[in-house]
Design a protein. Structure first.
Length: 165
């Protein structure tokens, strides 16, 4: 039974390694979508090929045309307190009142908004240089992995689908 447990744990650990992948590609000045679904970035290596210093920003975004993210309108609930006054006439004919503070909720509509997508990493590449970064814990993205660069270059990233670490 102990051996069966050991084999199961070993198999589960190896199955997690099977889904990790290294993606490689090139990018030009502007926006490049590496993945359009949520990913976990275990490491990334960026190389400048433009001959000049280059700034590369990794965004949690899936747009091929903008580093902005559009957030659709939604209904939110706010909570606040309000006094509730109770007034009554007691059995001797005297009017009495007491105040309770109660919790109330109100529905509000939050309008459409456009904000810059969440930055995952920002790198400054030296001219014709390479920067490799491995975070202590893999950094996850929700929407996708997008590069925005000021010059040309190449990338190699060790990524995994979300939920597999």
């Amino acid at each position: 039974m102990k051996n069966l447990f050991k084999y199961f744990v070993t198999f589960a650990a190896m199955a997690g390694l099977l889904v990790a992948e290294v993606v490689s590609g090139t990018f030009a000045s502007g926006i490049t979508v590496v993945r359009s679904t949520g990913q976990s970035v275990a490491s990334i290596s960026l190389t400048d090929t433009s001959g000049a210093a280059n700034t590369v920003v990794l965004y949690d975004n899936d747009s091929a045309s903008s580093t902005n993210r559009i957030y659709q309108p939604y209904t939110a609930t706010t909570q606040s307190t309000a006094p509730v006054v109770m007034t009554f006439t007691n059995f001797t004919g005297v009017v009495q009142s007491y105040t309770n503070i109660v919790l109330t909720t109100t529905n509000i509509t939050v309008g459409l908004s456009t904000n810059q997508a969440r930055r995952v990493f920002t790198f400054r590449l030296p001219a014709n240089g390479t920067v490799t970064f491995t975070p202590t814990t893999p950094q996850g993205t929700t929407f996708g992995l997008q590069l925005s660069a000021t010059g040309a270059g190449g990338y190699n990233a060790d990524i995994q689908p979300l939920g597999i670490q």
